[in-house]
Design a protein around this ligand. Sequence first.
Ligand code: FES
Length: 454
Amino acid sequence: ADQTTVLADVRRGMIPAHVYNDREIFELEKERVFSRAWVFVGHESEIAQPGDYVVRRVLEDSFILTRDEQGEVRAHFNMCLHRGMQVCRAEVGNASHFRCPYHGWSYRNDGRIVGLPFHKDAYGGEAGFQRKGQRLLPAPSLATYNGMIFLSMDPDAPPLEEFLGDFRFYLDYYTKQSASGIELRGPQRWRVKANWKIGAENFAGDMYHTPQTHTSVVEIGLFREPKAEKRKDGATYWAGAGGGTTYKLPDGDLDERLRYVGYPQEMVDRMKEQFTDDQLKVIGDDGFMISAASIYPNLSFVHNWPRVGESDDVLPFISIRQWQPISEDETEVLSWFAVDAEAPEEFKALSYKAYLMCFGSTGMFEQDDVENWVSLTNTAAGSMARRLLLNSRMGILEDDEPVVPPLGPDAFHGPGEARTGYSEHNQRALLNRWADDLEKPPVQAATLTVGGPG
Ligand code: FES
């Protein structure tokens, strides 16, 4: 009954404060959210060549994400089939085989067992342990979109494209500015003593915190237009598995608006070839440019265009970030820099600099945000937090009618609901989705046996 009340409160936009630091809820999240959602683990450009690998986690489960000799992307559960040692202990590298450090079983990078020391003496050869057909456990579900690799712990997960839904329209702005897609640098990784949901909610559409939390960044003139005006005209939208914030651009045509945020004409030309008519209309006709966004449950994006150096020039950058839960009060942040693979080298270098200045472990925005999130998480652990319902109803009146109605189809050509001004529609949608998952039964998955009696 307790949990039912919590979820009912969440659904009316009144958030029980303890959900940001509650062990029982975290256990439920592990069982019901992260056991079924599609979770981002990396990008194909990180494992471009056969044998390239990176090791990534979904909660406690470690996976070797690799490109095998046939060029196929695979995710192997990083646990030896013999006595469970971690097969790969490096974070990144290139290998045709992985040899277990414990007793020396070895696996090809497509996962198949090749070497089993003393196979004949110890097992009686193939009669006792048949190597053929044995491989490291594959991730239950694996799929990619625009080179972004997601995995799901649910063997019967719905197709990734269905999970991403209409948010694919917006995802393209970050990940498909040319036919070559993006390349990544990083990730930088660090741990913060904060609940994982806070970052996801913030990036989903918290325009409201910028003038307060990021005052110093605004004051030093990192952005070239009047802040207040920009924020007032911004739009938040909710679409499919994601939600985000766009900024209203000044008057101008498509080319002028893209150049305004700092894209050189050659990149603008490629975007015009790459984006659909509606994707171009959102920028050119409606005048909106995507900024921060989140994909449920724990993946976020930021696209911004700060000043770099003394001049008036701004440089856009894109960052992909993941809020990897460690516990109810700790999160590992993975922060990648992303850039169009076809961008000029000079642009890539300056865009990277803009990213480092704002986000990443030393970024100014990052520092400001994390201080709030740690403090919030600490306070949510106490007994008083169990008596407090946080008001997350910005943008709706008492009868749930919106303060500002959504933009009509002529004013906004993207899918989903878009509205201007401040609101917490996106944060509510994210937590509603979370509440829906918490009510679902745990995912059932079969036990897999290896090389022995089934
Ligand atoms: Fe890997 Fe024994 S645990 S070879």
